[in-house]
Design a protein around this ligand. Structure first.
Ligand SMILES: Cc1ncc(COP(=O)(O)O)c(C=O)c1O
Length: 341
C-alpha cells in the first residue's frame, strides 16, 4: 500500500456525476527520452498537449491502469495494492514494446499523485480513482512497424462515489467472438476495449444487456470490464488465468481472502453449460469483479437468446459479505498481507 503523509480529516462529499468524469487539477508526470526516465513532477492537467502525429494516437502504443486510493480512519489516503497494479502496468508496457516503467517508478508516481490530490478524496464508500497512463510519443506517422522510443507517463486522479449498479445486471453470453485478440487479452490497452464495443453495443440494443460475458468456444473468459466468478457457500470457481483475459487485482485479492478463510477455490475452465448448471443451486451467485465495483452479482444471464434468472438471495448475500470484507481491508478497518502475482 502507498501512503500519503498529509492526513486530512475533512473529507469532501463524493461527486454525483458519472464515475470517472471529475478530475483533480494536478497529475504526476514523467517522460522517457534518450533511453532514460526523467524526474517525475506534478503539473496541472490543463497543461497537457500532444502533437497530432504522436505514435500512440495512430498506432495504439498506449496502456493504462486503474486502481483506487481510500481514505483511512485516521484521515490519510492510501492506494490499495499499488504494487500489484505497478507490476501489471510494467507487463502491459512490455507487451506493447513501450518503455516499461519499473514498479518503483509507478509507486513514486502514484504517491505523488495521491499526495497532491488527497484533499479531494471522499470518505468511504467514495475513493480516489487513479489512472496511470503510458503513451508512445514519437512524432512520426510513418512509424507503423516501429516501436515508440519516447513516452509520456502520467497518473490522473478522479474522486468517485461508490460504484454500484442500480439493479442486478443483465449479461449476454457471447459464445463465439472473443473480447479481443487472445494474445493481448491480459494487456490493459485501450484497443482491447474498442474491439469489444461492437459486441457490447449489439447486446445492449438486442437484449437490453448491461454487459457481455465473452466465452469464445463456450468457455468463460471475462466481461468487457470485469472478471467473473461463481460462488456457492464457501466455494469459488473462476476461470484459470491465461493471456486471453485481464488478470484482475480484485479477482486476486478476493481469492487470497477466500483461501485465508479456508474456502475452496477452483481456478479452471468453466463452460457456459457448466456455469448454468452451477447456478441452479439456490445458494449460488455469478459475480463480476473489478476495481470500480469490487464485486457485484449478476441478475440475468442471456444465453442463446434465452434469459436465465440467476439471482438467488443467499448467493447475493454471500457476495455482499465478501465485498464488505475487502472494503474493510481497503479502508484499513482490517488488515491483510496480500502477495503480488
Ligand atoms: C477487461 C477487464 N477485466 C477485468 C478487470 C478487473 O481488473 P481489476 O480487478 O484489476 O480492476 C477490468 C478492470 O476493472 C477490466 O477492464
Amino acid at each position: 500500500m502507498t501512503a500519503t503523509d498529509t492526513p486530512i480529516t475533512d473529507a469532501p462529499p463524493a461527486p454525483t456525476g458519472p464515475f470517472g468524469s471529475v478530475f483533480g487539477e494536478v497529475m504526476s508526470v514523467v517522460r522517457f527520452a534518450d533511453d532514460a526516465w526523467g524526474e517525475p513532477t506534478v503539473v496541472s492537467i490543463n497543461d497537457f498537449a500532444l502533437h497530432p502525429g504522436t505514435h500512440a494516437l495512430h498506432y495504439g502504443s498506449a496502456c493504462f491502469e486503474g486502481l483506487k486510493a481510500h481514505r483511512q480512519a485516521d484521515g490519510s489516503v492510501r492506494a490499495f495494492r499499488a504494487s500489484a497494479h505497478a507490476r501489471r502496468f510494467e507487463r502491459s508496457a512490455k507487451r506493447l514494446v513501450l518503455p516499461a516503467p519499473p514498479p518503483q517508478l509507478t509507486l513514486q508516481m502514484i504517491d505523488m499523485c495521491v499526495e497532491a490530490n488527497a484533499h479531494l478524496c471522499p470518505a468511504a464508500p467514495g475513493s480516489l480513482y487513479l489512472r496511470p497512463t503510458l503513451l508512445g510519443t514519437d512524432i512520426n506517422i510513418g512509424s507503423a512497424a516501429h516501436a515508440s522510443h519516447s513516452a509520456i507517463y502520467f497518473v490522473l486522479a478522479s474522486p468517485v462515489g461508490e460504484y454500484l449498479p442500480p439493479r442486478p445486471l443483465t449479461i449476454l453470453v457471447e459464445r463465439v467472438t472473443p473480447r479481443t485478440t487472445p494474445q493481448f487479452g491480459s494487456v490493459k490497452a485501450g484497443a482491447n476495449y474498442a474491439m469489444a464495443l461492437p459486441v457490447i453495443e449489439q447486446a445492449r440494443h438486442d437484449h437490453e444487456a448491461d454487459q457481455v460475458l465473452f466465452a469464445p468456444g463456450g468457455v468463460l473468459e471475462e466481461t468487457g470490464a470485469a472478471n467473473v466468478m461463481l460462488i456457492d457457500g464457501n466455494r469459488i470457481v473462476t476461470p484459470v488465468l491465461s493471456d486471453a483475459f485481464l488478470h484482475g487485482v480484485t479477482r486476486d485479492s478476493l481469492l487470497q481472502v477466500a483461501r485465508s478463510l479456508g474456502w475452496t477455490v477452483e481456478e479452471r475452465d468453466i463452460t457456459v453449460d457448466g456455469a448454468l448448471e452451477f447456478l441452479k443451486s439456490p445458494t449460488s451467485a455469478l459475480a463480476l469483479t473489478g476495481t470500480a465495483a469490487i464485486i457485484g452479482p449478476v441478475g440475468t444471464l442471456v444465453v442463446d437468446g434465452v434469459r436465465h434468472d440467476v439471482a438467488h438471495a443467499d448467493g447475493i448475500a454471500a457476495v455482499k459479505a465478501i465485498r464488505a470484507r475487502l472494503v474493510d481491508m481497503q479502508t484499513g478497518a482490517s488488515s491483510f498481507d496480500f502477495v503480488d502475482e
